[in-house]
Design a protein around this ligand. Sequence first.
Ligand SMILES: CC(C)(COP(=O)(O)OP(=O)(O)OC[C@H]1O[C@@H](n2cnc3c(N)ncnc32)[C@H](O)[C@@H]1OP(=O)(O)O)[C@@H](O)C(=O)NCCC(=O)NCCS
Length: 170
Amino acid sequence: MQSKTPSDSRTIMTDMVLPSETNPLNNLFGGELLARMDRAASIAARRHSRRITVTASVNHVAFNRSVPLGSVVTVEAAVSRAFKTSMEIFIDVWIEDRISGERVKANEAIYTFVAVDDTGTPTDVPKLEPESDLEKERFEAALRRKQLSLVLAGKLKPNEATELRALFMN
Ligand SMILES: CC(C)(COP(=O)(O)OP(=O)(O)OC[C@H]1O[C@@H](n2cnc3c(N)ncnc32)[C@H](O)[C@@H]1OP(=O)(O)O)[C@@H](O)C(=O)NCCC(=O)NCCS
């Protein structure tokens, strides 16, 4: 299988925040943002693997900044590392200033998707070759995050999480 770069899967979705999508403070409802990120991440995973992909876990979400009603929101997703059948997807969320057009980073998240065949059985995905410094940084840390996610899900024993153990030994 030919390896791919993060640019091959990069998915950019821009949309507005409508009144039906806000909380009582007139900011974007967190669940709505999770759904938008899940959709963008799903497309990125599909572009990388060219398979059916399912969300296996949401590893990290940081709602650092609220997103007011009427904001123009851009969700940018790309595969940050591919393992055997799973892919880590990094999602950056930007808000556009109405007057200047300047983009400000609002939130970020990390999802894990698994490529499956028609019966739902996990299937192999192409390797990922990071290019930029940021892509390389995200790639390097992804195995640690995968092990943490598996430990939290009860699918990996803590003493088998070699990358995590190395982190705490240093
Ligand atoms: C995701 C799913 C396919 C994994 O199936 P499984 O039987 O656990 O399969 P495996 O143990 O072979 O794991 C497959 C891959 O997922 C990874 N994985 C499974 N659970 C994970 C988790 N919680 N965090 C990170 N990676 C995980 C495994 O490490 C493995 O990765 P690798 O092959 O790249 O090394 C299965 O649990 C599923 O179909 N879940 C429902 C998905 C869904 O419907 N999502 C939408 C929610 S509404």
